[in-house]
Design a protein around this ligand. Structure first.
Ligand code: ATP
Ligand code: MG
Ligand code: MG
Length: 429
């Protein structure tokens, strides 16, 4: 991908936009871009520099993303809305062409990294609630105030807010920013291609058994936000990646959302609106709490991924009402006229709360309450799903599992072992 029309190869110390930004290290990448931590010499702070591939279709996509990000920034001068902020934009000419660059506020690790760090075991419910609130604040702003649908909500597009404790942040705690190319560049230095290959190998190792989608997206981390988050410090996050966002009244494509987070009306081509984001949001909340994706559709003998996906939805959420099942432009591919799947006949129904207890060992109370929160968001009828604003009022978000730290025993070395006891206490709003 580092060829004409593709990514721009960056070396540590490279400068951008007339010397204003200096590349520090790579933060992540996507299909369209690489994202670098950069030092902004004008504001003496760190920013994320998203450098788009140069071919016309990527430039076009970047222009669209900039348009959306500008609308987001204009409507939120206080930057309190849990959505990433665009700081600057410019063009950068390199050997592979002209690259549109977006300068974004520097955020931390993605939720995907957070769940990986927890070895796919799921986060404490209190943390899930905090993260859910942030995402909902972001969605409420996008949907209600701007009329924007994100259309690609998933864990890697939600980033933790970094720099909560500047003293512990190695980048901020006195280690001077890199303002010049390290010695040995440009010839003796490590090329991005080399690093890229190494990272790919590492990523491949890290994702054995995990969906392919995850093997292909990146984030090299090295950012301490995950640890901070798990240590219980002020949990916040922001929604990023507006490359696929659209306005509800100005849609570009019928094919939206990453497979596992895709709403049924998108599969059936019944038209969509803001509520597709609410569906994805519920999938993310489930994944945070359990460590596993809610739906993992696969094709099998005689049926494709879409039909398996619909089957999995019904197994967890009950039979799709006939009217909805047969109402989409693609319905005939999957459903017969009675509203039954054509090729997958026997469904193993297991309601969400049972599933949480049986598979993930939730307590009955936790399972019931969490399922009560999620189920309305996963209504097959899109217009019945609660809006982000309504969802923010849900009592589950204001419930608390109080975790009480207590001293269990003292070893002979004088070290204190801290035990955790879970006390279920409800706290009113
Ligand atoms: P995709 O192919 O998923 O659409 P993309 O090319 O549009 O990707 P983004 O999702 O915006 O790119 O960014 C890619 C990765 O870069 C993110 O998953 C994240 O790891 C990192 N990243 C993006 N924006 C920031 C930011 N503001 N601060 C820190 N890291 C960021
Ligand atoms: Mg992305
Ligand atoms: Mg994108």
């Amino acid at each position: 991908s580092y060829r004409k029309g593709g990514y721009h190869a960056v070396r540590v110390g490279d400068s951008f936009n007339g010397g204003r930004y200096i590349a520090q290290r790579k933060l992540g990448w996507g299909q369209f871009s690489t994202v670098w931590l950069a030092y902004d010499t004008r504001s003496a702070s760190y920013v994320a520099l998203k450098i788009q591939k140069s071919a016309p279709q990527f430039a076009q996509a970047a222009l669209h993303e900039i348009e959306v990000l500008s609308a987001i920034a204009e409507g939120d001068p206080s930057t309190s809305k849990c959505v990433v902020r665009l700081v600057d934009q410019f063009k950068h000419a390199g050997p592979n062409g002209q690259h549109l660059c977006m300068v974004l506020e520097f955020l931390g690790d993605s939720l995907l990294r957070l769940t990986k760090y927890k070895r796919y075991k799921g986060l404490e419910l209190n943390k899930v609630r905090e993260i859910c609130k942030c995402i909902l604040i972001g969605l409420d702003y996008l949907h209600r105030e701007l009329g924007i649908i994100h259309t690609d909500l998933k864990p890697e597009n939600i980033l933790l807010v970094s720099a909560i404790d500047p003293a512990k942040d190695p980048i901020r705690s006195g280690r001077a920013p890199i303002l010049e190319k390290p010695k040995g560049y440009p010839n003796g230095g490590v090329t991005m291609n080399f690093i890229e290959k190494k990272l790919k190998r590492r990523a491949r190792r890290a994702v054995v058994g995990i969906s392919e989608r995850r093997a292909s997206v990146g984030g090299i981390g090295g950012n301490p936000t995950v640890e901070r988050c798990l240590n219980g410090i002020d949990m916040r996050c922001k929604v990023v990646d507006f490359g696929n966002a659209c306005w509800a009244d100005k849609q570009f494509t019928e094919e939206i959302q990453t497979r596992q987070y895709r709403a049924p009306e998108v599969i059936l081509r019944s038209g969509y609106s803001f509520s597709v984001d609410m569906w994805s949001f519920a999938c993310i909340a489930f994944e945070l709490a359990t460590g596993e994706m809610m739906f993992t559709p696969k094709c099998g003998q005689g049926f494709d991924e879409d039909e398996d996906h619909l089957a999995q939805m019904m197994e967890l959420l009950g039979k799709m009402p006939r009217k909805i099942a047969i109402g989409g432009a693609r319905s005939k591919d999957y459903f017969d006229r009675h509203g039954d799947l054509k090729r997958i006949r026997r469904l193993k129904y297991c309601p969400l709360d049972r599933f949480l207890v049986d598979k993930f060992k939730f307590s009955d109370t936790d399972a019931r309450e969490f399922a009560e929160f999620l189920t309305p968001l996963l209504d097959f009828a899109p217009e019945k799903r609660p809006t982000a604003q309504q969802c923010l009022q849900h009592p589950w978000l204001n419930t608390r599992n109080l975790i009480q730290k207590e001293v269990k025993s003292e070893s002979s070395l004088g070290k204190v072992e801290v035990g955790m006891s879970k006390l279920q206490i409800k706290v009113g709003k």
